[in-house]
Design a protein around this ligand. Structure first.
Ligand SMILES: C[S@@+](CC[C@H](N)C(=O)[O-])C[C@H]1O[C@@H](n2cnc3c(N)ncnc32)[C@H](O)[C@@H]1O
Length: 336
């Protein structure tokens, strides 16, 4: 086709990029991938199963065939590719939860991205009238969806934490532990560990229900509070998973200082985040960096920025290990 490779075509695709994302959100919301299963299904039948308009579904799917999520082995017959199958609810490391987190309120916040560009402040607050976590406090159903999606992504991020040597740790405090998914996994795999789950009071009320295994529940204390005012003391290790990227440097240092004050001199701080590679290459963490700005005024950080932040909060960085899905930064309080 003439002109497909030229700059005009390339740029038009980028400008219209949110159409692809929205098409993915929409077919995910109608469970199209679940309705297809492993079969190739005629679009009329698929539309019936998913409760979609036949013509619209065919047009949505053809956009996503071009994006590699579906294939059309015969005209009007569709099947899921291995890429699309990553959105299945039961796929190991399913990315379905990521679509939940990118759609809805998050997507609406992006409509005011220029505000973030001008001011360095979160667009979410302008669109919804208050900061995101405060807004969630007033909207429990949306908060529950957010918490469930966060917990669903835990599987992707957890590996560097699980692979760590926990033999020296008795009690682990999960600061901002959400609905307990991470601690659940950790305690289930390491039977000697005791856990303290710490989050906002209204979040931990829900969390008590999420600690599914009775045996795990017995080894886990659930504490409500505000990590800007203090965090539970007495832990050997303090986990901050996807917490500090929600906040700007000043706020992140304030949270880190609270952890520093709560932990013993030989304690360990374990930060699980996406670290932006310093090489300038495209990376999902770079996109997430802007997402954190638009939603929360937060940021993703390069390793050098993490080290600076930790130093400012009275920690010594011990090591940083990178895996495909997340990085684990380990630090200890500086003596004195
Ligand atoms: C992005 S979620 C991360 C949840 C979990 N650590 C994970 O990895 O899935 C951020 C968490 O910080 C909690 N949070 C926000 N502000 C807080 C505060 N002031 N004190 C305690 N927790 C807070 C939220 O309730 C939420 O559960």
């Amino acid at each position: 086709m003439p002109g497909t490779d030229d700059a005009n075509h390339l740029l038009r695709r980028k400008i219209m990029g949110y159409i692809v994302a929205q098409a993915i959100f929409a077919v995910t919301e109608l469970d199209v991938i679940e309705h297809l299963g492993d079969d190739a299904v005629e679009v009329g039948e698929l539309a019936h199963r998913a409760g979609a308009d036949r013509d619209a579904l065919q047009r949505f799917l053809r956009v996503l065939v071009a994006e590699g999520l579906f294939e059309e082995p015969a005209p009007g017959v569709f099947a899921v590719t291995s890429l699309g199958a990553l959105l299945r609810r039961d796929a190991p490391g399913s990315l379905r939860h990521l679509t939940t987190l990118m759609a809805g309120e998050a997507y609406q916040a992006w409509s005011m991205a220029t505000h973030s560009l001008r001011s360095g402040q979160p667009a979410f607050d302008v669109v919804f009238g208050k900061p995101m976590f405060e807004w969630f406090n007033d909207h429990p159903a949306a908060a529950a969806t957010f918490d469930t999606a966060q917990a669903g992504l835990v599987e992707l991020r957890l590996l560097p934490l699980l692979e760590r040597d926990w033999s020296e740790v008795g009690t682990v405090v999960d600061v901002g532990g959400g609905n307990g998914g991470l601690l659940n996994e950790l305690l289930a795999r390491h039977e000697h560990l005791r856990g303290v789950l710490f989050d906002q009071p209204q979040v931990v009320e829900e969390t008590k229900l999420a600690l599914t295994k009775e045996e795990t529940r017995q080894r886990c204390e659930v504490v409500g509070g505000d990590f800007f005012s203090g965090v539970p003391s007495g832990g050997d290790a303090y986990v901050l998973a996807q917490i500090l990227h929600d906040w700007n440097d000043e706020q992140a240092i304030a949270i880190l200082r609270q952890c520093n004050q709560a932990m013993p001199p030989q304690g360990r701080l374990l930060i699980l985040e996406q670290v932006i590679p310093e090489d300038g290459e495209p990376h999902p963490a770079r996109l997430l960096d802007l997402h954190m700005l638009v939603l929360l005024g937060g940021r993703e950080r390069e390793e050098s920025a993490w080290r600076r932040l930790l130093t400012a909060a009275g920690f010594e960085t011990l090591h940083v290990s990178h895996s495909a899905r997340s990085s684990l930064i380990e630090a200890r309080p500086v003596a004195g």
